[in-house]
Design a protein around this ligand. Structure first.
Ligand SMILES: C[S@@+](CC[C@H](N)C(=O)[O-])C[C@H]1O[C@@H](n2cnc3c(N)ncnc32)[C@H](O)[C@@H]1O
Length: 243
């Protein structure tokens, strides 16, 4: 059944399977669920097979799982520390580069007043715009710009760089940030971090820290508990502040 993602209303979960429902009958691995049952379902609903599925309204986190994303889209664990350590709030004006599929963009946008997002690849711009529309986000301005050539905005509350050579934008970031505001880089390799830091030290930035976030999910079933996932490196996050 084709699901209109723009009007998605509920999620249904059984074991590790998650389904999105907007209208019509829903075909799942547990069997077909009738539209009339789905409409009135609150906590659970039964498929024709008799199997029960958990039902809840679709939240932002459910919707973001449905967007088409770049394989290099930032992971939630890394986005979380950017949101918490940089003190951004509903009055903040922030800038990021590059946009990619717009995943970090959308988390930023939900927490701040305005996001400027620089991206040099047109296909990614189109993908990110579609994703933001699907997520109902309208406080983002995507610019088809190479950030290594400069930044138009001033007095920014945060800049996040998720691209291969952030050191090339360090001076522009320094000039465009408010005093005390954070610049964050997201880099997969430590040699890139070293190169970034060499450049950062040429300006009046206060170095806060470089962190690697490791998330390990656990399965907890009574007395049988065990790690579900192996520990995986994604990237190093470096936090500096304009003095
Ligand atoms: C790893 S992806 C960003 C993923 C994004 N943060 C997300 O969560 O979906 C890096 C992006 O940076 C863009 N990019 C690379 N160099 C750039 C530059 N100099 N200026 C603007 N965008 C750039 C690439 O086209 C790519 O889309």
């Amino acid at each position: 059944m084709a699901i209109d993602l723009l009007k998605m209303k509920k999620i249904l979960i059984r074991n590790d399977k998650k389904y999105y429902w907007n209208e019509g009958d829903l075909h799942t691995e547990s069997g077909v669920i009738k539209e009339e049952d789905l409409k009135k379902a609150v906590k659970t609903v039964k498929a024709h097979s008799g199997k029960e599925l958990f039902v809840a309204p679709a939240l932002f986190i459910d919707k973001i799982e449905k967007i088409k994303r770049d394989p290099q889209a930032m992971m939630e664990k890394d986005i979380a520390v950017i949101l918490t350590y940089t003190s951004i709030d509903k009055d903040s004006i922030v800038l990021e580069a590059g946009t990619g599929s717009g995943k970090l963009t959308s988390f930023l946008a939900r927490n701040v007043k305005k996001v400027y997002s620089y991206e040099k690849n047109n296909d990614n711009i189109n993908l990110a715009r579609k994703n933001l529309e699907f997520l109902n986000i309208n406080n983002v301005e995507i610019k088809n710009k190479d950030i290594y050539e400069g930044i138009d905005e001033e007095e920014l509350d945060l800049i996040v760089l998720d691209l291969p050579m952030p050191w090339k934008a360090a001076k522009y970031c320094y000039d465009s940030l408010k005093q005390g505001a954070f610049l964050v880089s997201y880099l997969p390799s430590i040699t890139q971090v070293v190169e970034f830091m060499d450049e950062i030290r040429r300006y009046d930035f206060l170095v806060i820290k470089t962190v690697e976030l490791i998330e390990r999910e656990w399965i907890v079933e009574g007395q049988r508990t065990r790690p579900k996932s192996s520990l995986q490196h994604t990237a190093f996050l470096t936090f500096v502040r304009k003095l």
